[in-house]
Unconditional design. Structure first.
Length: 222
């Protein structure tokens, strides 16, 4: 008998992101699903003041609704000369439903005349169970914001973010290259390194919840 498989939901409808995470965890007894495999569920308000807050909020909210362990991430670009902006507002920097091109254009406008182009991408992963307990993983990737976009791949600010050791923007890298050095790749690698322990933690939490539910059912029948 192999180890009991655990269903792990990635709190995203982005199939690329869930495929990325599935590839990291393919050697473990987990079935990675994403929100496309469930019916419509309420949207979580990502109104936290930090990446940690938003990632935890997303993971906890989704775990509670689905009754399954959930992995959520929140990430963004922090530019030194802009005091850490766009930060948690990276996806909506130029407005609520801004496109990647609009966000990139606003970033370049805001950096006009500034010589300090240092920036880093930051990613926080939160792995939560339905009762609200969670594990957190965090990583960053240092780089420089260019004056003009380069490359066709990636998304978000990838065409403007140069990673100096490879002299490439994230948008010029293959998926494999990007996962080696990116903020999300590094956070996922950290999770992967500890995943044997994480599985034990998850199983213990899930068993605990099962016992609590059984206890409640027993009380109802008395």
């Amino acid at each position: 008998m192999g180890a009991e498989r655990i269903i792990l939901v990635v709190a995203t409808r982005n199939r690329g992101k869930s495929a990325e995470i599935r590839s990291f965890l393919e050697d473990f007894p987990v079935d990675v699903k994403d929100l496309n495999e469930f019916g419509p569920i309420p949207e979580v308000q990502e109104d936290g003041e930090s990446f940690e807050e938003n990632a935890y909020k997303k993971a906890r909210f989704t775990a509670k609704i689905l009754g399954l362990p959930v992995l959520a991430d929140d990430s963004g670009l922090e530019v030194e000369a802009l005091g850490g902006a766009p930060g948690v507002r990276s996806a909506r920097y130029a407005g609520q439903n801004a496109s990647d091109a609009e966000n990139n254009a606003k970033l370049l406008r805001d950096l006009t005349g500034l010589s300090n182009r240092k920036a880093h991408f930051r990613c926080v992963l939160s792995l939560a169970v339905p009762t609200g307990f969670a594990l957190t993983y965090e990583a960053a990737c240092e780089g420089i914001v260019l004056d003009v976009p380069r490359g066709e791949g990636g998304f978000g600010y990838d065409p403007l973010f140069l990673y100096p050791p490879l002299e490439k923007t994230f948008a010029e890298m293959s998926m494999a290259e990007k996962l080696q050095v990116s903020h999300r790749g590094r956070a996922l690698n950290e999770l992967k390194r500890e995943f044997d322990k994480v599985l034990i933690w998850l199983q213990n939490r899930l068993d605990e919840e099962k016992r609590l539910r059984l206890g409640e059912v027993c009380l109802e029948h008395h």
